[in-house]
Design a protein around this ligand. Structure first.
Ligand code: NAD
Length: 299
């Protein structure tokens, strides 16, 4: 049993947002372009609306411009691709995201690949992911980027550690495994990427110094799967009904926090962990987009 250090995404993201707000002030003073992020929301999914609203609000907070492009659930793939082309060609918009998931009749890969790599602030485009693999400067996928920044902020040792990632999605698990293996801090881990076909998962998680859990199953990781002194980062977000809350629900993660936390050296909570960091990374990427555009236009 130990008293874990809570890895607070709220604390780290507030610091990042303050730094970005100062940068925006500096841009204003030198008469530069104020960063502008657009978010495309297709349909009326409740969780997606909440995420997009939080992203737009965060833009306002740091002084960015923001636009919300709302499109009906029934929009055709062709129309959506046209909208993306408009955003690609709109010089006022430095970066934009298309909130996932999209309705079933739309091919998410097609949409992701239609976004200009210069404006791909979610970091999902093959160009961004390829650059990440090659360790070239690029937009990192927002959630893994946020986790990297959390580890950095709390000075969590990573070199030579065994990092076990649960989940191999293109937006979280796979890029996370690449970042943790990079030859820089936070990285230099020996990484095991586990997924739905992994055998003896518990044997593997028990060897982990750092566990990054992105499986999408509520409270999946239990105390018996974690070794003493581990660092646990919980990516999962699940709404569960709770009549005692005004909203009617509360959020839980992929980790059974109450029983896992006493075994950990560091643990991130849900809510208040990875979620706010994803938004902060999006803002960082948008700032990077402005700098990249400035650089490209000076060449
Ligand atoms: P996903 O559903 O795309 O991927 C889940 C992964 O878990 C898959 O790769 C699958 O192979 C693996 N898996 C399933 N069963 C397994 C098992 N028994 N053992 C080992 N691996 C198994 O999920 P995702 O998009 O990566 O999201 C994961 C969670 O993180 C979800 O709860 C999602 O809502 C949340 N999320 C949070 C943020 C944030 O900002 N906090 C961002 C993205 C996703």
């Amino acid at each position: 049993m130990c008293q874990p250090i809570i890895v607070s995404g709220i604390e780290v993201s507030d610091k990042i947002k303050q730094d970005i707000a100062q940068e925006v002030e500096a841009i204003k003073l030198r008469g530069g372009k104020i960063p502008h992020l657009a978010a495309v929301l297709v349909g009326n999914d409740g969780a997606s609306q909440t995420y997009v609203n939080a992203k737009v609000k965060a833009c306002e907070l740091v002084g960015f411009g923001s636009s919300l492009v709302r499109l009906p659930e029934t929009i055709s793939e062709t129309e959506l691709l046209k909208e993306i082309e408009r955003l690609n060609n709109n010089d006022n918009i430095d970066g934009f995201i298309v909130q996932l998931p999209l309705p079933k009749h739309i091919d998410e890969q097609k949409v992701t690949q239609a976004i200009s790599p210069l404006k791909d602030v979610d970091g999902f485009h093959p160009v961004s992911l390829g650059k990440m693999v090659l360790d070239l400067p690029s937009f990192l996928p927002a959630t893994p980027y946020g986790i990297v920044e959390m580890l950095r902020h709390y000075n969590i040792p990573t070199e030579g550690k065994h990092c076990v990632v649960i989940g191999r999605s293109h937006i979280v698990g796979s890029p996370m495994s690449i970042l943790m293996a990079r030859n820089s801090y936070p990285g230099n881990c020996t990484v095991t990427l586990t997924h739905s076909r992994t055998k003896n998962l518990k044997e593997i998680t028990l060897q982990a110094d750092i566990l990054i859990v992105a499986i999408g199953k509520p409270e999946f990781l239990t105390a018996d799967m974690v070794k003493d002194g581990a660092t646990v980062i919980d990516v999962g977000i699940h709404r569960i009904e709770d009549a005692t809350k005004k909203s009617g629900y509360r959020l839980i993660g992929d980790v059974k926090f109450d029983e896992v936390a006493p075994k950990c050296a560091f643990i991130s909570p849900v809510p208040g962990g990875v979620g706010p960091m994803t938004i902060a990374s999006l803002l960082k990427n948008t700032l990077l987009a402005v700098e990249t555009h400035d650089y490209a236009s000076q060449k």
